[in-house]
Design a protein around this ligand. Sequence first.
Ligand code: NAG
Ligand code: NAG
Length: 442
Amino acid sequence: MGRATTMPPPLMAILVAAAIILTLTLTPSPSAAAFPSTKSSKSPPPPPTTSSSSSSAPATSSTVFPLYGDVYPHGLYFVSMSIGEPPKPYFLDVDTGSDLTWLQCDAPCVSCSPGPHPYYRPEVSKLVACEDPLCEALHLSTTGRHDCEQQQQQCDYEIQYADTGSSLGVLVADAFSLRLANTSLVRPSLAFGCGYDQQFGNPNSPSPTDGVLGLGNGKTGVVSQLKEQGITRNVMGHCLSRKGGGFLFFGDDLVPYSKVTWAPMLRSAFRSHYSPGPATLYFGTRPLGVKQMEVVIDSGSSYTYFGYQPYQALVSALKAELSKKPLKEAVDDPSLPLCWRGRKPFRSPLDLRKYFTTLILNFVNGRRALLEMPPENYLIISKYGNACLGILNGTEVGLNELNVIGDISMQDLMVVYDNEKEQIGWIRAACDRLPRAGTSPL
Ligand SMILES: *[C@@H]1O[C@H](CO)[C@@H](O)[C@H](O)[C@H]1NC(C)=O
Ligand SMILES: *[C@@H]1O[C@H](CO)[C@@H](O)[C@H](O)[C@H]1NC(C)=O
């Protein structure tokens, strides 16, 4: 969670548990010679999928929210949600790397940082009981244990993020105001954390958000709760614009199923974290020769993180390539660990296509499931006009072999988390245009 206003530290809003429970076995690598075309338009037509809106399942709708923020310089994307009775606006950091939504909370607050809105004020009648299944799910996902000593006991929680931030509080349930695509305004009561003790860097520095929107696929995730109440399907997605902003959606009305590149969602390995399974890494069309990478997708991370071997291989390949080009390492640029200066300051990330190669992750469990990262999906232009690598060294932040795809690599893609069909998909899209309800931006 970036808590500083100017140059926040890289966001890593993913639960630490993920970094510790890595016990995945890697499947043998299929031959890299079978590497498919990098043009996703040449992919074979995917198997026919029936759009679920035409199925006979109970009627559900969907909802779309504008997003605000960017990768650089702000380091996060957030949404404005109306919560409570009467509804009040709160800015929430959009985090597909964790389940629990929470708001800074005047319970009273022990440690909160000044946010954009007054702290949420809980009422005793809104407390969720310890015996509630949502409390049980929350406890099991954070501590692995769930004990309630007495009936009507409240549901205390503590969550920790990989960036060493944490939120401690109590579970409450209150109304979220949602305008659905079918024009209905609904106010489902959803459980979230009233966080009265947050530790994120300096508590006196203002926070750009009032809390976190947990979109992980655990039971306490917002979309799981909406599905449970029959309001939307358990499908959601985001489209982060490189120009800043974008949109977030719950439900499947906007998803152009037959055009999206899909990979099966890996379950169980990272609990509530979304993973399209293992991938191999290519530098242009050249395999980087690293073993298969375990990858999770995390909108709460502004940058991408690679494990030891892929990071090493990538940095070596970039340095070798750039040694032939008129770019020099800019060691005096503090924006990110690795920056390069051109003959003239760079203006747009599109200028970088002349010097940098497209990276590709090939998700081996999918059918030609390639995630292409052109230079603008892994480099930022710092305020000094240098190109800085937005893929960071995961070993340094304790991620071990876990690779995290962060916002930088998802810009101008519609990324779909389809918990109904257990698949993760992506497709290039113009994310700066908010789709009208019921229409696709593609
Ligand atoms: C819209 O969808 C919601 C959730 O499924 C449903 O409760 C509501 O009745 C629908 N409204 C209309 C106008 O169809
Ligand atoms: C990444 O970080 C680890 C741990 O600090 C370090 O040993 C390794 O050399 C770093 N990799 C590169 C390419 O700098």
